[in-house]
Structures are given as structure tokens and as C-alpha cells.
Design a protein around this ligand. Sequence first.
Ligand SMILES: [Cu+2]
Length: 215
Amino acid sequence: MRNTMTSTFSHRILGGLALTATLCLAACPPAADQKGDKKPGGDAPIAVTTIEARSNSTVKGTATFTQAGDKVKVVVEVSGATPGQHGLHVHENGDCSSPDAKSAGNHFNPGNAEHGAPDKPAHHAGDFGNLTVGQDGNGKLELLTDQIAVKPGTTSVVGRALVLHDKPDDTTTQPTGNSGSRVGCGVINLQPASSPPPAADSSGSPPPSESSEGH
Ligand SMILES: [Cu+2]
């Protein structure tokens, strides 16, 4: 009887120690271990933004800009928007601070072009056309364009703002497309090198514990 209790007790202690060690592995290392990590995504620079509601809307969303050679793949996803078409542009100022997002300034237009549709010869580099939102309030736009860049240069969108409008962009009215108030806005920043998806984790650290029951 006594032996059994002792044995059970020490098992608990050992179990507790092991658990502590596991927790520490998961929670403690950020400072030392990750410094030498290379960018898992290779050299393709990626810019990201979080779209926040403006003009009393309920819009939120995200966007990524991935440099692929001379082109940039743009993926924008929003939720909480009104169903229908919404003009979408990169604006010149990386400043979404004002409640109506007018702080973002005019369309990003490094080529000094006329406003237009992104698939027409003449348009601002920041003209992304329209993003279509469904009845559920969600919408997505994907675009491949050589008019902007993520890497440094006159056409770089880093430090600019992505703006979603209340109404459709008619792609003809100068210089705005007449797409109404600015219901979503996000400042575009370079994605920090250390934060891309946790998939390729091969920095030589011990394999994370096998307990899949965790969080
Ligand atoms: Cu706009």
C-alpha cells in the first residue's frame, strides 16, 4: 500500500516536470532561437495590410501583395461589407488616421495616368477596379499587375494605403471613379521576415512535443 502510493506520487512529480519542460519549450525560446532563421518564402518580398472600418462602416479585411518577378499578386479579402461592388484602390498616403480615411489622399498614381479600369491601357497604378461582396458581406479580389511593386521604387505600394469604397468604381469619372466614401482603409507594410507561415520550421530546434492534445 505504502509502496503503491509512493510510486504513484513520484510519477506525478515526474509528469509535472515533463509538462513544465514542454511548456517552457513552447513558450520561452523566442529570444535566442529564431535569430538565424532565413525567410522561408525565399526572396520574394511580401507586403500586407489589415483593413479597418472607416466612415462608420463595419468593414474589415486583409490584403497581401506578393512580388513575383516584375509582377505583383494582390489578394484582398473583406468581411462586414454591404453586398455589391466596391471600388478598391491603393491611395498615395499611408495614413488611415482620419475617420473618413481622407487622410489617405488621392489614388496612387506614379505614372501620372488617367483613372480607369485595371485591364485598360490607361489607369492609375493603384486602380484595382471593383471588389464584389456577396450577401454574406464577404468579398475577395485577386489581381496580377505589373503596375505596382513591393520591392523599393517609384511604384512600390509599401507605405501607401489600400482603400475600399462604399460604391462601385465606374472606372471613367476622373480622377476618382466616383466610388463614394471610404469604408475601409489599411496601411500597407512589408511583412516582417520572421512572421510568415510556421510551416517550414527547420532551424534545428528539437521537434515540438508529440502531445497533440494541447491547444
Ligand atoms: Cu479609392
